[in-house]
Structure formats: structure tokens, C-alpha cells
Design a protein. Structure first.
Length: 80
């Protein structure tokens, strides 16, 4: 688990029900055009869900963690 996810869990308060526990999950998705055709997953998002009511917020991982390295993108291309 990343430092960013730990920080979100420590500070989480659901905006719908006020509950203070959450689940986090990072997902990678393809974009459009060539990245979709070659299944290059270059869009990363962090989903944060309240464990009480299920309300989910989505954050762009590049904004939370800084830009992903080129090495990471190359490894994703090679190993999927």
C-alpha cells in the first residue's frame, strides 16, 4: 500500500454519511486510439469507497502521487 493511500485512510470522512473507514483500490485503464488498440494502460485512478454506505470518490493517481515514470510505463507495456 502506498503512502498516499495510508494518508487517505487516516483522514477519510465520508461526505455522504460521515463514516470514517474506507477501502482503497488503484485501477489502471486504457485510453483511446493506439493505447486502446495495444492495451496500454496509461490512466491510473484511486477509488476510495466508504465501508458503511459504499459511496465512492475517484482520484487521478498522477495528481496524488506525481507523474508516473517512463520506466513504469515501459514495464506496463511489456508485462501488461
Amino acid at each position: 500500500m502506498s503512502h498516499v493511500e495510508d494518508e487517505i485512510r487516516a483522514r477519510f470522512v465520508c461526505s455522504k454519511c460521515g463514516h470514517s473507514e474506507c477501502w482503497t483500490k488503484e485501477l489502471a485503464m486504457t485510453g483511446t486510439g493506439l493505447s486502446k488498440m495495444f492495451d496500454i494502460q496509461n490512466n491510473y485512478y484511486l477509488f476510495v469507497s466508504c465501508t458503511h454506505c459504499g459511496y465512492t470518490e475517484i482520484y487521478h493517481s498522477d495528481v496524488l502521487k506525481g507523474q508516473r515514470s517512463e520506466l513504469s510505463n515501459i514495464l506496463d507495456l511489456l508485462f501488461g
